[in-house]
Each structure stands twice: as C-alpha cells, then as structure tokens.
Design a protein around this ligand. Structure first.
Ligand code: URA
Length: 236
C-alpha cells in the first residue's frame, strides 16, 4: 500500500492534509522522514506521525536447524511440528518452504507473508543446496541426467537443471533451483537409488549457521533478511 493512502484511511484525513503532513516531514517510516506519498508500506512498516506510532507490527525471521522426526507444518495431530521447537510466541509464524519428516537442515520461519512469498514463489528460483547420502553408489552418469532435467509424471513437467557434485561413493551435494514434492528423493529414485539421509545447507543467500545444533534456531540478521528481498538473478 502507498503511504498517503495508509494515512488517509488510518486517520480519515483528506488528501490535502496528508500532503501537508508529508511535506512538513512530520511522518517517519522505519525511523526516517518520508515526504513521498507513493512510498510503499506494509503491515510491518513502523509509521509515526509526529511522536505518535500509528502502526508497526514486529516482523520475525528465524532460521531453524530442523532435526529429524518432526513435521514441517504448523499443526499435526500425531507428530511434533517444527513450531514446537520455538520458545514463546510462535502462533503467527509460518514456514517459508518445507522439509520432509526425516530431512534435516535449514528451515526459515517468519510472520512476514510478503517476504516468504517472494522467497518461495514458483518463478523465484533461489538455489537450494542439499547434502545427500544414498543407499547405492552414485554413478557418474547421474549428473548429466539431473542437469538435463527429468520428467515428473504427477506434475507433468520437466525439472529445471540440477547440479550434482559427487563427494564420495554414496555422498553428493545437489543444487536445485526449484522445490517440488520429494524432489531430491524422486531424482535419485529415477535410478532406484534410495536417499538415506538428506540435509539442506543453503537457500539462496542464507547458509545454515554451523553454530546451530539440530533443533536450535536464531533470528536472521538484517543482511540475510535484505538479501532475500533481492531477485535471485541479482548476485548478492
Ligand atoms: N527433497 C526431498 O526429497 N525431501 C526434502 O525434504 C527436500 C527436498
């Protein structure tokens, strides 16, 4: 929403009055005076008129090291969810992406829907990096198949190129630029090779903090939050 419209609606002020308040520098957004009525604001913008706060919900952005054995959901009738790992107020949080029950690694939680939609929208293509361990040896020809894309029958689509870096006979790093249901397992499933351990190391510019043990979390830094607002095509 535009700042002038917010002020008009919030205070039932006429357009001329809003223009006058803005021109006089009496309105600040996130601590800075804003004179341009077109300035974009959302539910998290801290908007102050003179010394009076008009709104400013506290936005929260967390990175969690998801352990095995919990569901990436906000509610589950049978299993613990990742929200059970968050202390205090977690009601408003939702997940920016998901991991399977036994997958570990980086999971992002926030109450900022605009931010998470940008991060997870289908055309977004932020790279997601996984460590994979398989039941059978990973063969050399897998990489070319993953790079060319595989047909996923259920969605009737060809997957975007994925980059496979072999780290050992049974271990690899896989970079995806999309996230389909059971994506990694289905890619390896094409070769009847079962994924026995899966861990997400990175989403776009956000790397799982090595100081976090499974089940621990921390707030994102301002820089991490900001980097995710950029387009994936723009190198951070
Ligand atoms: N791909 C999978 O198969 N599982 C995950 O949890 C994430 C990606």
């Amino acid at each position: 929403m535009r700042l002038d419209r917010f002020l008009g609606q919030h205070r039932a002020l006429g357009r001329r009055t809003v223009r006058r308040l803005l021109a006089a520098g009496r309105v600040t957004v996130d601590g800075r005076p804003v004179r341009d009525g077109h300035h974009p604001v959302d539910g998290f913008s801290r908007i102050v008129l003179d010394d009076e706060p008009l709104q400013g919900k506290q936005a929260r952005y967390l990175m969690l090291h998801k352990p095995t054995g919990c569901v990436s959901a906000t509610f589950d009738p049978r299993h613990p969810t990742v929200l059970d790992l968050i202390d205090g107020e977690s009601d408003e949080l939702h997940l920016a992406g998901r991991l399977d029950f036994n997958t570990t690694g980086l999971l992002l939680l926030t109450n900022d829907g605009h931010w998470s939609r940008r991060l997870t929208r289908p055309g977004g293509h932020w790279p997601k990096v996984y460590r994979v361990r398989t039941e059978d040896p990973i063969e050399d020809h897998y990489a070319a198949t993953f790079a060319a894309g595989l047909h996923f029958r259920y969605e009737d689509l060809t997957t975007r190129p994925a980059v496979l870096e072999t780290l050992g006979r049974y271990e690899a790093r896989l970079t995806l630029s999309e996230g389909r249901y059971h994506h990694v397992k289905r890619l390896f499933g094409h070769f009847n090779n079962r994924v026995v351990a899966l861990h997400r190391e990175r989403i776009g510019p956000i790397v799982l903090d090595p100081a976090l043990a499974p089940g621990q979390y921390r707030p994102l830094t301002d820089q991490e939050i900001h980097l995710c607002r950029q387009d994936p095509e723009t190198p951070p």
